[in-house]
Design a protein around this ligand. Structure first.
Ligand SMILES: C[S@@+](CC[C@H](N)C(=O)[O-])C[C@H]1O[C@@H](n2cnc3c(N)ncnc32)[C@H](O)[C@@H]1O
Length: 368
């Protein structure tokens, strides 16, 4: 503890006065404000003018702690909330320790600030989430609810502060734009996203059968230098994002979006592709057959995503290759099938892995 000149104000005015002192550059940020019963002691520099603060206050020498060298975001949020009146110890302990950041939007988990007592604090301090945003150097705050269990994997973000859910996220030298309240962003598929950039796919015609906001499409067009991507997507919000990102990353002339169900759109692309991405969980099996038919007559590669129990991965690979060969035979394709790679992307749930199997087909005649 260090003895320091402090401005003592009622806790109820603590945050407002802290703001004024910050604006006037009078708050001594080298020290941490201290709660003493119903008051907040704010460490200050000399120079406070008599009329600057219009609430009851007094200056006193007080014992305060030096501030940690560079405060981490959680501590900044903790301190900002701790200076608000009505916040008790139990609530302070429940302040979220994790969040996701998309652009200047902070997404807290679904139970954040939901414990008994927060509702009245938020009601009492109308600027509560603006204070949280400022502490985290953000401009918007949302609460993430589980991704909808619908075909479109819709996002269910509740915006708590800020007006729009549109975010622009940079990744690997390119930018994705999307409305986070309407479509999901899968930060967990980053390894697969970046693996797509390393494929020997220059000049390829690619179908992204579940394109979403273009996670893989953009990487393939910009970094893997594929010739063209046909992006199948059913969700109009994702299509809007996809088109925005294509324009922003200057690849729109090499992208064709096929709106609607890929059960229909894949069949319109018969015999055209060198490569098909099947990025849908828990299983993309519904589109394996039309995907195989959309490969060129000489063959090509499927990137098959699936959630598989860890101990069944080897058996699943075998079964998948077998089924793929069957679908090829049904389509009168004299192909052989090999797999050169299985990617373990992430744990989806305990014992369940998100995997991607690369399955390549080549004509028996051309191979011999
Ligand atoms: C979770 S995203 C996957 C995005 C990305 N490929 C990945 O793995 O992170 C799946 C996308 O597939 C779309 N989708 C689902 N079923 C579809 C279908 N039958 N036809 C076209 N798009 C579909 C959803 O709207 C969603 O945008």
């Amino acid at each position: 503890m260090v003895t320091k000149l402090c401005l003592l104000v009622p806790l109820t005015s603590g945050e407002a006065v802290r703001q004024i002192l910050l604006d006037q550059e009078l708050l001594d940020r080298a020290f941490t404000p201290r709660r003493i019963k119903g008051e907040l002691a704010l460490p200050v520099h000399e120079g406070l003018l008599p009329n600057m603060i219009d609430v009851q206050h007094r200056l006193e020498l007080m014992e305060v702690e030096p501030a940690p060298p560079a405060m981490d975001p959680h501590s900044r949020m903790y301190n900002a909330i701790a200076s608000l009146s009505g916040v008790n110890e139990a609530l302070l302990q429940s302040i979220p320790k994790k969040w996701e950041r998309l652009d200047d939007l902070i997404l807290f988990p679904k139970d954040a600030f939901q414990q008994l007592g927060w509702e009245s604090i938020v009601h009492q301090h109308q600027d509560f989430f603006s204070i949280v945003a400022q502490a985290l150097s953000a401009k918007r705050i949302g609460r993430q609810h589980p991704i909808a269990n619908d075909q479109m994997r819709s996002s269910q973000v509740e915006l708590l502060y800020g007006k729009s859910g549109w975010v622009e996220v940079k990744d690997n030298g390119l930018v994705y734009g999307f409305d986070a309240t309407k479509v999901m962003y899968s930060s967990g598929n980053v390894t697969e996203r970046h693996r797509m950039t390393t494929l020997q796919a220059e000049g390829d015609i690619v179908i992204d059968a579940y394109a979403g906001i273009g996670y893989y499409t953009m990487q393939l067009l910009v970094h893997a230098k594929v010739d063209h991507v046909h992006a199948c997507e059913i969700n109009p919000n994702s299509i809007h994002a996809l088109e925005w990102s294509a324009k922003k990353n200057h690849v729109q002339s090499r992208l064709t979006v096929h709106p609607g169900d890929n059960q229909v759109t894949l069949r319109e692309l018969k015999g055209t592709a060198d490569r098909v991405l099947l990025g849908y969980l828990p299983s993309s099996e519904a589109s394996w057959e039309p995907a195989i038919q959309s490969l060129k007559e000489t063959g090509g590669t499927l990137h098959i995503h699936m959630n598989v129990e860890e101990e069944r991965i080897d058996a699943w690979c075998e079964e998948t290759m077998h089924k793929c060969l069957q679908f090829a035979n049904n389509a009168d394709r004299q192909w052989e099938v090999v797999s050169h790679h299985l990617e373990k992307v992430k744990w989806y749930a305990p014992r369940i892995r998100h995997v991607v199997l690369d399955v390549s087909f080549s004509s028996i005649n051309s191979a011999s």
